[in-house]
Design a protein around this ligand. Sequence first.
Ligand SMILES: Nc1ncnc2c1ncn2[C@@H]1O[C@H](COP(=O)(O)OP(=O)(O)O)[C@@H](O)[C@H]1O
Ligand SMILES: [Mg+2]
Length: 317
Amino acid sequence: MNGTQTILEIDGISKRFHGRGNQESFLVLEDVDIEVKRGKITALIGANGAGKTTLFNVISGFSRPDSGSIMFYDERVNTHNLVSMSPHQIAGLGIGRLFQNLSVFKNMSLIENVLIGSGEKDGEFPFASLLKKSVGVAEQHKVRMAEDIIGKVLGETCTETGLDPGEHQKERWSQKFRFLQPLDRFVSRYERYGDIFDTPLSKIIKNDVFFRDASDFSFGQQRLISLACLFMGDHALLLLDEPTAGVNPQIVEKILTVIRQMVDESGISVFMIEHNMDAVLKIADHCYFMDDGTVTHFGSPADVLGNPKVRREYLGI
Ligand SMILES: Nc1ncnc2c1ncn2[C@@H]1O[C@H](COP(=O)(O)OP(=O)(O)O)[C@@H](O)[C@H]1O
Ligand SMILES: [Mg+2]
């Protein structure tokens, strides 16, 4: 297969779930073939329970298939069969994932959440740079990068929704971490970033927004924070499980724009499960329809969504 245009080649993947007690076992994935093209957005659609998330679990190494192979072609076109690799090894190849449910650290600040995204690849403990007392060049670079990404990804959603910093935000932080002070290294973990946050962006979004708990942001903004975190990592392929689910229409637009922008600017490849058909039509380059564990249709989003059988079985029209 042509590894220069294909980044992920799923070939003959089958997976059986064994029922508990007297429940029968069933094939959740049956002979699934999918190709994800490099630098493109590939959508996976299908009814609830079709097996989409299970397929993502198999790709990320959380679940072992009973048969088939999943070839990942890295940028040097080396081939890796993900089926025999651990989740950690798979992540190390630059395959990132946005989970179906929210995955921000609610009690950590926005900036911490995004900075965590940069830790993984070089084998560094993600929190390490946050605990160090002095800020080295590498950390300064990371903070600037995080600031830039937050600006791109969340920027106007913060100002539009009036997420302005509270008067006593810094006070609140020092109170919050007071119990840690004997540990010394935690002291002024935020103050030391003071002179770094002095870019044009900081003036648009007030610095304190960065230090707000992730839980202070709306559900849709938290989705954007998860995406920002993924964009911090040096990823080649992103697996996004329903990135727009449960999000208000304005933020849906923002999420789609941000994903498209990342693909166009950095050449990242995206494989996304999506329920919102307008979203699929708007941003996907290729589309696969899965019915009961089997891929039954694929092609351009317009072709797949226009197919009478897909419309009948999935859209109910
Ligand atoms: N760990 C599991 N053990 C047994 N059955 C599971 C497990 N995970 C999911 N299932 C079942 O497998 C089917 C596919 O689920 P899932 O992959 O989550 O579908 P989708 O993401 O397309 O909605 C469903 O019938 C679901 O109930
Ligand atoms: Mg799912």
